[in-house]
Design a binder for this molecule. Sequence first.
Ligand code: FE
Length: 187
Amino acid sequence: MNQPVTQQIIALFAQSGDEAYFGEPVTQLEHALQCAQLAEQSGSDTDTILAALLHDIGHLLPADNGYMDGYGTIDHERLGADYLRGLGFSEKTAQLIEHHVNAKRYLTFKNPNYFARLSEASLKTLEFQGGPMTAEEAADFEATPYMKGILQMRVWDEQAKIPGLPTPDLAYYLAKLTRRNAQDWCF
Ligand code: FE
């Protein structure tokens, strides 16, 4: 992982980061930065902060399977996770991203009242994402190694929609990526 990775991510946000976060009062970039800020404020590790920052990067990539009626890219969580794996991001970061939609499907299965709190956009995308989990899917999900982190990501995802909230910028979080790589990854 080196300079071009950072540049690729900056380019994706430069291209589409100003677009609205589907039906919510913030842009894609604001949503990403607010999520990363919540992760950092909670004392999370760098892999988790990067996952929070990049959890919706699949929406900024070319769509493989089409779009959800104006609510983003189908399978954006898998698309984003695989893209980041290809760039050399950690498996933890990839899994936190890959399963963040599952967290919503799991919570709507576990707690029907959770439905009532979902935003209109979240309800709309839930239809595309397969609706609430079945009991069997929920049991599989409970066995995933990062379940706690995945559910935590979901909470931040829902909170990160505050218009005008000040946050550090993209460069601040991407510097963490560069520092993390210098420590843990071989270029
Ligand atoms: Fe999100």
